[in-house]
Design a protein around this ligand. Structure first.
Ligand code: ADP
Ligand code: MG
Length: 793
């Protein structure tokens, strides 16, 4: 009864995994756990769920009526793969569905359910045996996302429990199967880990139908890889035959910058201007014999590119500087020029052989990063308009999760933006570091899906050999894990230290997580376990159990559980939703962004543009001011509360976001999370009224006070005191500061000075003595974000 569209049937014949259907299904039927390795694009994600479905999994009345569950580390992959598989099987989205944190298409009829790994992890809290499922496919296991790692650990135990029940012939009991899929062959952490699977699971490798990809290293590693990427794309576009270009960069800021620049030079609209410009360039070249150089100096350096909120967080600029240093340290002396030159020569030879002229075809440029609205993310799958060359500018989401059709050229910046977490003091930073050799090879592979391809690496082969790790570090080693520890405790995994992690987290990190949870009242130490400050088997409290119901960081869950008095709950829900999603405000720089072409405009236009900009700046400050003064309290948290309140009150929308300088996607996510949290409250605390379905009046002064107390209880260990006031006797007034810029604070447990982030509402005020903060993020300095004044005068 399976019917697939004809074009899908044809395309399937070319997927390497389809010829392996029989051995794969045989292994699955004979083993509780199977590992499948296969190159990206070999058909794992789209086909394995179909094999299972065809074999009766997920079909009521069969031997395996439970759903087929497939997890993905990324939301966009969960959504797009569900829709692709539904299409391939000619089924509806209620039959092949997805569920992500904010959205779901699941129905009682769902047979195949794609979800993020976080969603499945949360389901464990309500149904530890996952009785709804007959098989779980953990996809992208090579990415080693923290949720995936934990799921594999938990599932290794659930499989045994389900099997025991089935053998004991308990009513309705069925075994659960587990399939772990990876795009790399490095699966020993799963397959050969005896604590995880005492009987090693079979590993099935799917051959790749991969075309050769020629790797071209750069002769030198330029620190300005963003500029290099634009240059390379321009070169490929004008000299090489048709075929999509996929550019790997590290984040939204870089991506939007490159998209803009390419759009200006090669987009449809610029076609005419481009012809003229080229004529001009030719003229210049003749006159100065430096045509190309001249053109290059015009491209902006990354610091001029529009700054967006995400990048402020991530400190991209700082990261770039670091990399520049690394590069200079490492590559200059031992760079085997010969090899690199070879690459470049090859490229030139290729161009000559093909004898290609500069092309006049426009580019069709599509960005791809996680903060992009979902419908725009899906655009990468649409074919470009006829005669256009597809150019996708992406983060590493396109590395293995999504296979973009018809890519022939890959430009790899060689870097990735990663969260780093200092387990000793909780300081987070987002650093741009070299990616791994494994990632580099995945990226290159994207060029060889439809035919022979080329990968241009914007770094030297010496750097690659000497500075790239073989594999990336699992996320569990560089993330705060208190939420995970609380989840595990609520699943009765008391001794987290003995849990079968594929890679066990740092013991210090575990201890810190438990300590935080004890502070919050979620765990309690009995006498035996607290000897000598040793934690490890603290027990979950009733408060902790209630906190574990929420898909939120434990600090926020704590506020929800204890914030039900005085009609404060609706505001608490709003605050934790906003803090969980992240700062929705655009930062000042984003408002002042300069466009590249500005220099070329004539005077009249410049004046009007300047006026428009001035007006915009004024509107920006008015709106900032409006939301910065909720009651008498000075707090970044209340600023978010204010704007979300206004958004909900007015009904929101894109116009609201433009007027208030907030990101639409963030506001929508906060809106959805509010509703979701409201529902959880309604179900679990029937006596309370979350009011998430009605308009929210501004909170009273008294309610704001209660809110601040709740914040303080959740952030007891995240307070800082102004450094010059430490040990002050209360008589002396101390130093007078005009504003908080650069004023050092000391925070508990942190050995260096910390500072108020420039985006804070406190930054232009006289710095208060005590503050509490939501998080510490290191960019050029350790900055406190989400700051609230403690005890205002
Ligand atoms: P893997 O999981 O092994 O990386 P996939 O199952 O994701 O491979 O992809 C198999 C093939 O299906 C790819 O070559 C790709 O061309 C095609 N494909 C996947 N998703 C889509 C989509 N949304 N639109 C068109 N083709 C797609
Ligand atoms: Mg896949």
């Amino acid at each position: 009864e399976i019917s697939r569209p004809a074009d899908v049937e044809d395309a399937r014949l070319f997927l390497p995994i389809v010829t392996e259907e029989q051995p794969i299904m045989e292994a699955i039927m004979l083993n509780p756990v199977v590992v499948i390795c296969g190159e990206t694009g070999s058909g794992k994600t789209t086909q394995v769920p179909q094999f299972l479905y065809e074999a009766g999994f997920g079909t009521p009345g069969s031997d395996n009526p439970g759903m087929i569950g497939v997890t993905q580390p990324r939301r966009v992959a969960a959504m797009s793969m569900a829709s692709r598989v539904a299409h391939e099987l000619s089924l509806t989205s209620s039959k092949v569905s997805y569920q992500i944190r904010y959205d779901a298409t699941v129905s009682p009829q769902t047979s195949i359910k794609f979800m993020t790994d976080g969603v499945l992890l949360r389901e464990l809290a309500n149904d530890f045996l996952l009785n709804k499922y007959s098989v779980i496919v953990i996809d992208e296991a090579h990415e080693r996302s923290i949720n995936t790692d934990i799921l594999i650990g938990v599932l290794s135990r659930i499989i045994n429990l389900r099997e025991e029940r089935w053998r004991a012939k308990e009513a309705g009991a069925k075994p659960l199967r587990l399939i772990i899929m990876s795009a790399t062959l490095r699966v020993s952490d799963f397959a050969e880990n005896k604590t995880l699977f005492p009987k090693p699971p079979p590993v099935i490798s799917v051959g790749a139908r991969q075309h050769p990809v020629t790797i071209h290293f750069s002769r030198r590693t330029s620190p300005d890889y963003v500029k290099e990427a634009v240059k390379k794309a321009a070169k490929i576009h004008s000299r090489l035959p048709p075929g999509g270009i996929l550019i790997f960069l590290t984040g939204q800021n870089e991506i939007t910058g490159v998209v803009k620049k390419l759009e200006a030079r090669f987009g449809e609209k610029s076609l005419h201007a481009r012809r003229q410009k080229r004529a001009q360039a030719a003229l210049n070249a003749r006159m100065r014999r430096e045509g190309e150089e001249e053109d290059e100096t015009k491209s902006a350096n990354p610091s001029q590119v529009a700054l967006e909120v995400e990048d402020i967080d991530f400190g991209a600029t700082r990261g770039d500087e670091n990399i520049a240093n690394d590069v200079d340290d490492g590559m200059l002396e031992d760079d085997p020029e010969a090899l690199d030159t070879e690459g470049e020569e090859e490229e030139d030879a290729l161009n000559e052989a093909l004898g290609l002229e500069e092309s006049d075809a426009p580019m069709h440029i599509v960005p791809l990063y996680s903060l992009l609205p979902s419908d725009r993310q899906m655009k990468v799958f649409e074919p470009p308009p006829p005669g256009h060359r597809l150019v996708v500018v992406s983060t590493n989401v396109a590395e293995t999760s999504l296979t973009i059709p018809n890519i022939r050229y890959v430009i790899d910046c060689g870097r990735v933006k990663e969260r780093k977490y200092d387990t000793t003091n909780g300081v987070q930073s987002f650093q741009i570091t070299w990616t791994s050799k494994a990632s580099a090879s995945q990226r290159a592979g994207r060029a060889g899906r439809t035919g022979p391809g080329h990968c241009y690496r914007l770094y030297s082969s010496a750097l690659f050999e000497n500075h790239f790790e073989q594999f990336s570090e699992p996320e569990i080693l560089r993330t705060p894990i208190e939420g995970i520890v609380l989840q595990m405790k609520s699943m009765h995994i008391d001794t987290v230290i003995n849990f079968p992690f594929p890679t066990p987290p740092d013991r210090l990190a575990l201890r810190k997580a438990e300590r935080t949870l004890v502070h919050l009242g979620a765990l309690s130490l009995d006498a035996a376990s607290s000897v000598g400050g040793m934690v490890g088997n603290a027990k979950i409290t009733d408060l902790g159990r209630a906190m574990a119901l929420f898909p939120l960081a434990p600090r926020f869950a704590r506020m929800l559980v204890s914030g039900q008095q005085h009609g404060c709950l609706p505001y608490v829900i709003t605050v934790v939703s906003a803090l969980s999603v992240g700062d929705p405000f655009l930062f000042e720089e984003a408002i002042n962004e300069k466009s590249d072409e500005e220099d070329e405009e004539d005077d009249d236009e410049m004046v009007t543009e300047k006026e428009a900009k001035r007006a915009k700046r004024k509107a920006y400050f008015t709106s900032q001011h409006l939301h910065s003064s909720l009651g008498k309290h000075i707090s970044d948290v209340f600023k978010s509360l204010s704007v979300v309140g206004a958004y909900e009150y007015t009904g929101g929308g894109a116009k609201f976001c433009a007027e208030h300088f907030v990101r639409l996607k963030a506001m929508e996510e906060i809106h959805k999370l509010r509703a979701q949290v409201g529902n959880i409250v309604r179900v679990n605390f029937p006596a309370s009224d979350p009011k998430t379905d009605t308009k929210l009046p501004p909170p009273s002064e008294f309610q704001l006070k209660v809110l601040r107390q709740l914040l303080a209880a959740s952030f007891v260990d995240q307070v800082a005191v102004r450094k010059d006031r430490i040990g002050a006797d209360g008589q002396s007034k101390g130093v007078q500061f005009a504003n908080a810029k650069g004023v050092p604070y000391r925070a508990a447990g942190i050995l260096e000075d910390v500072f108020i982030h420039p985006s804070s509402v406190l930054i232009d005020l006289s710095p208060p003595e005590f503050v509490m903060f939501h998080e510490l993020v290191r960019t050029s300095r350790p900055y406190m974000k989400g700051v609230t004044v403690v005890n205002p005068a």
